[in-house]
Design a protein around this ligand. Structure first.
Ligand code: SF4
Length: 705
């Protein structure tokens, strides 16, 4: 490391790779290509093509450089005063729940903390939700049901030390490339390691799989239900572990025995050959060191929470948790979805991994914050929140660093909802997105390499994102903008932070406040951290309680969980297929996901020409039989129609999808491809427990153009 370079973290996926940035040439102002941080434990110097193209995204003609009010430039003073006045007025006239934040897994933990504090402690509403609801909300609820806390047990090394890796609902080769590369390297080094991919689609991840189970869309839970049932029948469950550390096994097993009584029943439910499913069962039975690695294919489902618990049940039953190379391991999509979870940045959380339902927690947080208007109950989750806007119940929304006009299901409803709000505030780096077009007030935000704070990746590792480059124009940090509004609302004392460091140490102090190891998320060790120590922070895995500054590599090694009695809970699961099955009128099932080289709605990756070379246009994968039957040529234009809307995409004839199934990536916006916003098609069907939309399963019509 030299004085002309600095270390930070990639802003894209939940792998959270370390990045080294060489500072701009003072003569030209150009930033040289970035490189991987060889010392960062997530990537050890590797970067995928998105990460290595970051320097190309730093210069944009479309940066938002000054606050705008109804399309006219304004000062920060005027903009923040207008926001403060309007929030104050709607809260007075309609109550605190007339206001909402809609945040993002892209913002930093410090931004999340301040937004959460303002809404839940000072305005008095828990309407603080985030695009992380679209990403990992089901995994959160699954963990809380099983462990009593939202705690990821495993770490990345477990992916390299297991003997059987079951990748279910994950195309890691494209969505978490560096993890995939680590797994692929280990598979090459140790060919006896078995890899199973469970996915309706034959993705790039299947390239390293010993077995691909192309299940019927949405049937994942039945695979694990049968694994549980068979493990018990074969006397392979760990009776000692179950007796010592869990509860509810008998009920969960009884339900699994009813739901998936035989190999044939399970295979039929999942649309698999019995032999293929039995191969997985045999490997499962023979391999104590097994990791189940799961992502959006599990979470983005109307039964996503049950799917998570079906997976966790099997690991508890066989004692495959809290051990090297064993455990259920959900992978978050976004760089800081985990950091948001830590501070309570979801509508059904309070703060610092506490819930409103946790006895004494609301009072504890109120004492710590000295909060004048403490929220007392859950707020509205993302889809409900936008429905409440349309119903006129939420009148002011502050959207931060996300593009819900493209990413939320049923974009027509999102447009109606934002159109009916009395004030829409959008904080963003970019001037023109589908969502900034709906804003009354735009606030210019700092972006990657300018922002300063922390993120937490999928293995609970807290890393610094550092402000290495100056903010352009009048761009400001999100936490600063929130504080300016808070102070103008009369909340001077709680929002006088001068730096991200001051926010972070308060966040750490809250996690330790009256804690004494009682709660799972503890970074209290950091509460006395100096600015220099914060700046020099090396990546560390939480919990980081007092006396354990090195952090915690793996959770639940002692078999104690965060439930009141310390036992993990089995959850009885009934595997259920998605409600909106294909039918005569809507004969195809649409699956959605990502392409290798784009990120979310392309607001950053769309600036890097190199990244568009891989996939230049939005498309739909169509099986050759369906294409032939409908007279669809490869690369021709097709129309996909659902009850919610209609989009135009390029046909990609491919055997990766089964007949009757389609796949389309999520990235393209109205800016990039008119009439190709895929989430326009997706209905607002959500998991009733997590509120996560079922973005992986929409019934549609397909027509040639
Ligand atoms: Fe960035 Fe994810 Fe690629 Fe790592 S794997 S460089 S975090 S996009």
């Amino acid at each position: 490391m030299t004085a002309t370079s600095g270390k930070t973290t990639c802003p894209y996926c939940g792998v959270g790779c370390g990045v080294t940035v060489t500072l701009p040439d003072p003569q030209t102002g150009l930033v040289p290509p970035v490189s991987g941080d060889a010392e960062h434990p997530a990537n050890f110097g590797r970067l995928c093509v998105k990460g290595s193209s970051l320097a190309q995204t730093l210069v944009s003609d479309d940066r938002l450089l000054t606050p705008m009010i109804h399309g006219k430039e304004a000062s920060w003073d005027t903009a923040t005063q207008q926001i403060a006045d309007k929030i104050t007025q709607v809260v007075k006239d309609h109550g605190p729940d007339a206001f909402a934040f809609y945040l993002s897994g892209q913002i930093l933990t410090e931004d999340y903390y301040v937004a959460n504090k303002l809404a839940k402690g000072f305005i008095g509403t828990a309407n603080v939700d985030t695009n992380s609801r679209l990403c990992m909300a089901s995994a959160v609820v699954g963990y809380k049901r099983a462990f009593g806390s939202d705690t990821v047990p495993c770490n990345y090394e477990d992916l390299e030390s297991c003997d059987l890796l079951i990748m279910v609902g994950s195309n890691a080769a494209w969505t978490h490339p560096i993890l995939y590369q680590r797994i692929a390297a280990e598979k090459k080094r140790r060919p006896t390691m078995k890899i199973v991919v469970i996915d309706p689609r034959e993705t790039a991840t299947c390239d390293i799989a010993d077995l691909h189970l192309a299940i019927t869309p949405g049937s994942d839970a039945a695979v694990y239900s049968f694994l549980l049932n068979y493990s018990a029948q074969a006397n392979l469950v760990d009776g000692d572990y179950i007796a010592a550390h869990t509860e509810g096994f008998e009920q969960a097993l009884a339900q699994a025995a009813v739901s998936t009584p035989t190999l044939k029943a399970a295979a039929d439910f999942c649309g698999l050959e019995q032999q293929a499913l039995m191969t997985l069962v045999d490997w499962w039975c023979d391999t104590p060191k097994t990791v189940s690695f799961y992502s959006q294919g599990i979470n983005q489902s109307a039964t996503g929470v049950d799917k998570c618990n079906a997976i966790i049940n099997c690991h508890l039953a066989t004692g495959r948790i809290g051990k090297v190379g064993a455990g259920p391991f959900s992978i978050t999509g976004q760089p800081n979805a985990m950091g948001g979870r830590e501070v309570g940045g979801l509508a059904n959380q309070l703060a610092a991994h506490m819930d409103f339902a946790t006895p004494g927690a609301t009072e504890l947080v109120q004492r710590f914050w000295q909060a004048p208007n403490m929220a007392t109950q859950n707020g509205l989750k993302a889809v409900d929140l936008f429905q409440a806007m349309e119903a006129g119940n939420v009148k002011v929304v502050w959207i931060m660093s996300t593009n819900p006009m493209v990413s939320l299901p049923d974009t027509a409803q999102v447009r109606r909802a934002l159109g009916l709000c009395e004030l829409v505030i959008v904080s963003d780096c970019k001037a023109h997105t589908d969502t900034t077009a709906m804003a009354d007030i735009l606030l210019p935000a700092t972006g990657w390499s300018e922002k300063d704070g922390t993120v937490t990746n999928s293995e609970r590792r807290i890393s610094r994102q550092r402000g290495l480059l100056p903010a352009p124009g009048e761009a400001k940090h999100d936490w600063w903008a929130i504080c300016e509004v808070a102070k103008r609302m009369g909340f001077q004392s709680g929002f006088s932070y001068r730096s991200a460091h001051e926010v972070f140490v308060e966040h750490a102090a809250l996690s330790a406040f009256e804690n004494n190891g009682k709660r799972d998320f503890d970074i209290g060790h950091f509460s006395r951290m100096t600015a220099k120590e914060y700046d020099d922070l090396v990546p560390v895995q939480w919990p980081v309680p007092k006396g354990r500054p090195e952090g915690t590599k793996r959770m639940f090694e002692d078999g104690r969980f965060f439930t009141p009695n310390g036992r993990a809970r089995f959850i009885a699961i009934t595997p259920t297929l998605p409600q909106n099955q294909a039918c005569l009128e809507w004969p195809f099932v649409l699956n959605t996901g990502r392409v290798r080289d784009q990120w979310h709605t392309m607001t950053r990756t769309g600036d890097a020409a190199l990244l568009s070379n891989h996939t230049a246009q939005p498309y739909s994968e169509i099986h050759p039989k369906d294409a032939k039957r409908l007279g669809i040529e490869d690369k021709s234009l097709v129309r996909l129609t659902s009850p919610q809307g209609s989009v135009l995409l390029k046909a990609k004839i491919s055997r990766a999808v089964a007949p009757g199934q389609l796949f389309a990536p999520i990235h393209w916006t109205q800016q990039f491809a008119n009439a190709s916003v895929v989430s326009t098609l997706i209905p607002q069907v959500v998991d009733p427990l997590s509120g996560q939309p079922e973005s992986k399963h929409t019934r549609v019509q397909l027509q040639p153009m």
